[in-house]
Design a protein around this ligand. Structure first.
Ligand SMILES: Nc1ncnc2c1ncn2[C@@H]1O[C@H](COP(=O)(O)OP(=O)(O)OP(=O)(O)O)[C@@H](O)[C@H]1O
Ligand SMILES: [Mg+2]
Length: 606
């Protein structure tokens, strides 16, 4: 079922219908330059070409950015989005907002994709990338109007990107990832823009602990990803998604949240007589059912003697008993399986004083295997003593809130962990979870690429000023190629688009000042002057809207996030500028359309 809402569509009743301009008055925006209406929604079979297509793409991109512009920085606003299922999404995370939006314009869809890419790649900077991409596109509009060919603009953008990456390299400073205080500061900077900033101390600690646990020997953690990896063997892979699980339990207070150095499962033991608390358990992990194996398809049995039927039943019981005996021979206290455990098997396990948990998720089983040092076995007969996990100090089943949870912690070298989040309501917990993911991604990014750049729009301003200087110089400074080579010289006609990127970079500090309620023009002029006299660590204090030195203010961000933001934004602008024709493929039945929704459209709209 499609879970999306349409915020660009003003009235829900128009969803899933053929829309005509006449019955849909507010679907377009006026382009501020030419005053021509630009249709952002799917109206009728339509084709736009040349300048019109470019203007329409740029306007659509700006519209998307306008939706989330107020969500940037520490004074950001939250968005409340009602989804068609009746749930509420309360967030200021760019990607989380945009993925719920149902847009029709292809350029708008493309922008939303950017935010998703950024989220997958870095986990942070999803708002910045959209705002920046839209700003670059908007500034290219004036270049198009000066009749500069898009190919020239694109070539200038390529050079600008190379120069910008060079500037980031020059401004970036190294960081010691083993210094907890420094790391906490960085994570705190990323969380300061979020809903959880009130509990930022706690959240930063949770995020950093979790990432440190997952990062330990993380190369051993995912041998399969290493085999396929093209990176050198020294590159650690920190798979937060797989090995740091967040368990959200409504109730209690946010302060009760903690990192469990092991695994927590939303499962109870299968039989009430089994032990609920075991010290130093020996753990067996299986992914096969512990019950009598039935025939693959329909099975017929024919009995000729009266006693055969009961014998057949006995055989079933003996098989199950033998299975349990085989498992218990390796000496275990706890058996977890991904499949079922029959009542009879439970009974035999109880006799051996072994506790069992059934129907464990595959992903959970993998994490337990890593945390307690066990191997998942697919056939009971293959079980060896070396497969038993002994790396866990205690197993216990606790009742938290209204549910039972099996906790396997603390583990001696966990390498996988569970973060237990408590909070007043489900919606708040979901937002806390999203924020925590951001914080963990930031910590991971810094560990992977330990370079920092000043935040608060300082790096963007430094890039902007640096680009303007390069335009004046006429050459791009890069590590590859000589300065005088063709690809590094900014030709006369390229200067305009090159400067346009420089100007577009200022959108981040400007938005930060605007969101903090400051005077954007005055602050930006002052900031530009500071950067021109090579004070490249000056940025905006997002709380007051005034200028501060980030060295004193202590806001540093991961360079890899900023590099990714720049690359993605420029790439998106380059791609949209190459488009000179937008043809909308419209399904046959829509053309005949009246007001009534088509059957499949009704399905979609539900
Ligand atoms: N205290 C602060 N003062 C000034 N600027 C800040 C402060 N905290 C963060 N920023 C700036 O805010 C921007 C990040 O804002 P935010 O976290 O809201 O958006 P994002 O990281 O782009 O997207 P998201 O976090 O939603 O994925 C960065 O440019 C950062 O430098
Ligand atoms: Mg952020």
């Amino acid at each position: 079922m499609k879970k999306s809402i349409s915020i660009l569509t003003p009235d829900k009743k128009f969803r899933g219908r053929v829309l005509h301009k006449s019955n849909f008055p507010t679907l377009y925006r006026y382009d501020p330059m030419s005053g021509t209406p630009v249709f952002v929604m799917n109206t009728a079979p339509e084709r736009q070409s040349g300048r019109k297509a470019q203007i329409s793409n740029i306007t659509a991109a700006k519209t998307v950015a306008d939706v989330i512009r107020t969500c940037l920085g520490p004074k950001s606003m939250l968005k409340m989005i009602l989804d068609p299922m009746g749930g509420i999404l309360l967030t200021n995370d760019g990607n989380a907002i945009l993925r719920e939006i149902d847009v029709a314009h292809p350029a708008a869809k493309n922008m939303i994709e950017l935010s998703r890419t950024q989220d997958e790649e870095c986990g942070d900077g999803t708002t910045s990338v959209i705002v920046l991409a839209a700003s670059i596109l908007a500034s290219s509009l004036s270049q198009l109007e000066r009749d500069i060919h898009p190919v020239v603009i694109i070539s200038a953008y390529n050079k600008a990107l190379r120069e910008a990456l060079g500037i980031i390299d020059r401004v970036a400073i190294p960081v010691n990832v083993n210094d907890d205080e420094q790391m906490l500061g960085i994570v705190k900077g990323a969380l300061g823009t979020k809903f959880v900033s009130r509990w930022s101390e706690l959240m930063c600690k949770l995020a950093l602990d979790a990432v440190h646990i997952v990062a330990q020997n993380s190369q051993l953690a995912s041998p399969e990803s290493q085999a396929t990896s093209t990176f050198s063997s020294t590159t650690p892979t920190i798979d937060i998604k797989r090995y740091a699980r967040v368990e959200k339990i409504p109730g209690g207070s946010i302060e009760d949240s903690r990192v469990i150095r092991g695994i927590m499962l939303n499962k109870d033991i299968t039989h009430p007589g089994m032990r609920r608390r075991i010290q130093n358990p020996r753990i067996v992990l299986l992914d096969c059912p512990l019950e009598y194996k039935k025939g693959e398809s329909q099975t017929n049995m024919e009995f000729s003697k009266a006693g055969d039927w009961s014998r057949a039943q006995e055989v079933e019981e003996e098989v199950v008993k033998a299975m349990v005996e085989t498992i218990c021979q390796v000496g275990c206290d706890l058996v977890l399986t991904e499949k079922g455990i029959s009542d009879l098997a439970q009974h035999h396990f109880l006799k051996h004083n072994v506790s069992c948990i059934r129907r464990v998720r595959k992903s959970d089983n993998n994490r337990i295997a890593l945390a307690v040092g066990a191997t998942i076995v697919n056939r009971v007969e293959d079980l060896r003593e070396s497969d038993v996990g002994t790396g866990c100090e205690e197993m216990r089943v606790d009742k938290i809130g209204d549910e039972y949870f099996a906790i396997l912690a603390p583990c001696t070298s966990p390498r996988a962990c569970t973060i237990l989040l408590r909070g007043p309501s489900k919606d708040i917990l979901n937002e806390v979870d999203r924020n925590l993911q951001d914080a963990m991604s930031v910590a991971r990014n810094v560990i992977m690429d330990p370079r920092l750049v000043p935040g608060g729009g300082a790096i963007e301003m430094a890039v902007g000023v640096g680009l303007a200087q390069a335009a004046k110089r006429g050459t791009v400074k890069t590590s590859q190629g000589k300065e005088g080579t063709k690809e590094n010289i900014i030709t006369g006609v390229e200067t305009g688009p090159f400067l346009a990127v420089a100007e577009a970079m200022e959108v981040i500090p400007r938005t930060l000042v605007q969101n903090a309620g400051g005077n954007a023009i005055r602050v930006l002029t002052e900031l530009r002057a500071k950067h021109t006299s090579s004070m490249s660590t000056f940025g905006v204090n997002g709380d007051t809207g005034k200028i501060v030195d980030m060295k004193e203010y202590g806001l540093w961000e991961s360079a890899s996030v900023k590099v990714q933001i720049l690359k993605t934004a420029v790439e998106a602008a380059r791609m949209l500028l190459r488009v000179d024709d937008v043809v909308q493929a419209v399904r046959k039945e829509r053309e005949s359309g009246g007001g009534a929704p088509m059957p499949e459209e009704m399905m979609e709209a539900q």
